[in-house]
Design a protein around this ligand. Structure first.
Ligand code: NAP
Ligand code: F7E
Length: 326
């Protein structure tokens, strides 16, 4: 039986990846932080049989201990401060967790692996935010990185550390440069979920309007369930490498609003949407558009969910949740 350790098990991707690995017969271990993490019960209910180990990416000893307990064949490092806006207010903790946390884990794996650098296969959750002020359209594995936020900078550090451990020690360490991926499990702080939740509440008469920031930025949005399949495929390759996962389509926040409001029968969303400078960022990533050709060719990675279906799926889910809460 294959054994996997996932950091960030309580997050959107951790839950989808845990489900995927359990369905493949893996023994799944998840790193969970805090003395009494409020998401523990939800994780145990969503991932029956998962084994949770207390630990924190900032605590090297806890990572070494987690490896000794889980004895994993594969480690997926999904844990991070992942909210870009938060990273400007909290650059130091973002650096410690999203950046330095990667070296803590790589170093723990190196020590745990002894004289067999290929004992554990490692996945690093890199991101399209590393492209920032994009130097090429579409962005691919070779595009110059130009991060625009403390989050993006911390992820660049983790990305190059992963490459460095691969090149220095011969570790099977791969980075997935994933473009935005969303789902009904997306955190409410991200723009897609913020919109679908508000649209559901407006439709049900529970909320009058929604305040947003920049409506003109464009993102390459896919479905998280499709993307975790790609993470697993990367670790099944004989050699480690870096891969972009993206849809190859880009849409503005306005287009997301169009589809979400239309899905509940509202054609003109202008009266319901306010712009608030509080949600503007000190520096914006204006356009993200990824080229997934390498992952498609080498991994055989495919996507199943298209953009309009993704929006409808998220609105329908929030209509169900909000109706039940009424
Ligand atoms: P998410 O929902 O925000 O989940 C982040 C996870 O990190 C949570 O489980 C959180 O645990 C955990 N975490 C935070 N601080 C930690 C620490 N000090 N030690 C250990 N774990 C910690 O993020 P996601 O959307 O699933 O994304 C997964 C990963 O992919 C992240 O690294 C993210 O930066 C990256 N990524 C995401 C996207 C995307 O579009 N979703 C795209 C590219 C890359 P708590 O519940 O305890 O807070
Ligand atoms: O913002 C704009 C905002 O917070 C998307 C993370 O998973 O994907 C995610 O990062 C866009 C930005 O995601 C609001 O300015 C307007 O242009 O949903 P977001 P993100 O910053 O793209 C990448 C790939 C990751 O790696 C990250 O971990 O939407 N926007 N108004 C707003 N954004 C938010 N959150 N809230 C607003 O009110």
């Amino acid at each position: 039986m294959q054994r996997a350790l996932i950091t960030g098990i309580t997050g959107q991707d951790g839950l989808y990846l845990g489900e995927l690995l359990l369905s493949k017969g893996y023994e799944v271990y998840g790193l969970i932080r805090g003395q009494n993490n409020p998401k523990r019960e939800m994780v145990e209910a969503t991932l029956p049989g998962v084994k949770l180990i207390q630990g924190d990416l900032t605590d090297f000893a806890s990572l070494l201990r987690a490896l000794e307990i889980a004895q994993p064949d594969e480690v997926y490092n999904l844990g991070a401060i992942s909210f870009v806006a938060y990273s400007w207010d909290n650059p130091l903790v973002t650096t410690d967790i999203t950046g330095k946390g990667v070296v803590n884990l790589l170093e723990a794996i190196r020590i745990y692996s002894g004289d067999d650098p290929r004992k554990v296969r490692y996945y690093q959750a890199s991101t399209s935010e590393m492209f920032g002020r994009v130097q090429e359209v579409p962005q691919r594995e070779t595009t110059l990185l130009w991060p625009r936020s403390p989050y993006g900078v911390a992820k660049v550090f983790g990305h190059y550390m992963t490459i460095n451990y691969r090149e220095s020690y011969g570790m099977h360490a791969s980075s997935g440069i994933l473009f935005n991926h969303e789902s009904p499990r997306r955190g409410y702080e991200f723009v897609t979920r913020k919109i679908t939740n508000a649209v559901a509440r407006i439709k049900l008469g529970l909320q009058d309007d929604i305040s947003l920031g920049n409506l003109d930025s464009k993102r390459d949005w896919g479905f998280a369930g499709d993307y975790v399949r790609g993470m697993w495929q990367m670790l099944q390759q004989p050699e480690p490498d870096d891969y972009v996962l993206a849809t190859g389509e880009t849409h503005s926040i306005r287009e997301f609003l169009d589809l979400a409001f239309k899905h509940v029968g509202i054609e003109d969303w202008a009266p319901y949407v306010k712009q608030d400078p509080r949600f503007m960022r000190p520096a914006e990533v204006d356009l993200l558009l990824g080229d997934p050709a390498k992952a498609e060719k080498k991994l055989g990675w495919t996507r199943e969910v298209e953009f309009p279906e993704l929006v409808s799926m998220m609105v329908d889910n929030d209509l169900r949740i909000q109706s039940a809460l009424r």
